[in-house]
Ligand binder design. Sequence first.
Ligand code: CMC
Length: 431
Amino acid sequence: MAETKRNATLTVDGKSYDLPIHSPTLGPDVLDIRKLYAEADVFTFDPGFTSTAACESAITYIDGDKGELLHRGYSIEELAEQSHYLEVCYLLLYGELPTAAQMADFETRVTRHTMVHEQMHYFFRGFRRDAHPMATMVGVVGAMAAFYHDSTDINDPWQREVAAIRMIAKLPTIAAMAFKYSVGQPFVYPKNTLDYAGNFLHMCFAIPAEDYVVDPVLSKAMDRIMMLHADHEQNASTSTVRLAGSSGANPFACIAAGIACLWGPAHGGANQACLEMLKEIGTVDRIPEFVAKAKDKDSGFRLMGFGHRVYKNFDPRATVMKESADEVLALLGVENNPLLQVAKELERIALSDEYFISKKLYPNVDFYSGIILEAMGFPTSMFTPIFAISRTVGWISQWKEMIGDKGQKIGRPRQLYIGETHRKYVDVGQR
Ligand code: CMC
């Protein structure tokens, strides 16, 4: 539990209540209101949890004003430059960077679990061919509980560990299968001589009729995209996973819930929505029209890939992603990609526009990731599944932390009721 050094006093109807103030290792102090309802008979009101800490966590820290993101104390810039996705997975899951021997053991454990139960192939075939891969993933990941009974007991630490490894290992396989199914190509089995990101590219782009060699620059770029999405503290999908897990639901069900939440365009679905928006804008001369629309509240239109609940300076992940976009497009010889031109000009115009400056709306991680993924050959429908693969480790790390927290309770928010008061039932003939 965080340190408690002082109290705040709240007065309700002339009566005072002491509220402990906890000091985190980093970030603003936190008022503890857990006993408020029992003692003062009032709730607090905070839709969207803009001022509410729902748990203690030692995994990820964000300073939105500074544009800082730390995993277990290490900055995302340093990790993106020097680490790799599976090492970041280890760090998130176990709290420390691994030794060489620990890393080798972890890689072996993940690699040994990359295949899915053969029966799952038939399960896939039940979906319509044109299903969105996210729809397929929500279903298939939830169904893992039906295929892997031996890792659903959340009270057994060994089973929790196996479930975690299974999901980190199998999500790329499941996402690649969803992709192959949607384009009518045969599933490609994982190839364990490849690294994590390279294996995913192989499962997506190899076909039986031809050899496929993974380009190391592309697999490095994919690895980096995965690293940049690995965890982001208590965002909507992570909170969904924690809320689902708080009832004791099995880990596969919890991660399926996280994938469902991620799908929305305000969250992980923004990468697909952003690229579709860039395509709709099409040419640089149309940007002012779209910027004007984004500023008009009645239009209901937002610039996708802009803004963030927490970052009010810049999204550090977007900075790294922008560099990767330049690298990948140069490698593929498409630096003059018209979408990139539109993206760069849109960024320039939005960042010098009073509306965006005053509301602190900066490009977020999803602004550039779609450009890289499209250049790699992914259809827009695969962008959010790739986010889901990458975030799985964050969800699982947060879920494991929650299960290990002795103070954990079932999540159960209260409400400010604004409905009818007591009414008498009226028979249907008299209404
Ligand atoms: N374009 C135009 N105006 C915007 C935008 C935008 N993208 N984002 C926020 N605003 C305005 C909004 O209209 C509001 O104006 P006002 O104060 O006059 O009512 C103000 O900025 C604050 O917006 P909010 O909706 O109250 O802020 P929020 O913290 O609830 O929402 C957000 C954050 C990310 C959902 C939002 O900025 C947004 O919808 N962005 C576009 C979608 C997007 O790119 N999402 C990806 C987020 S990063 C990856 C991830 O988390 O998955």
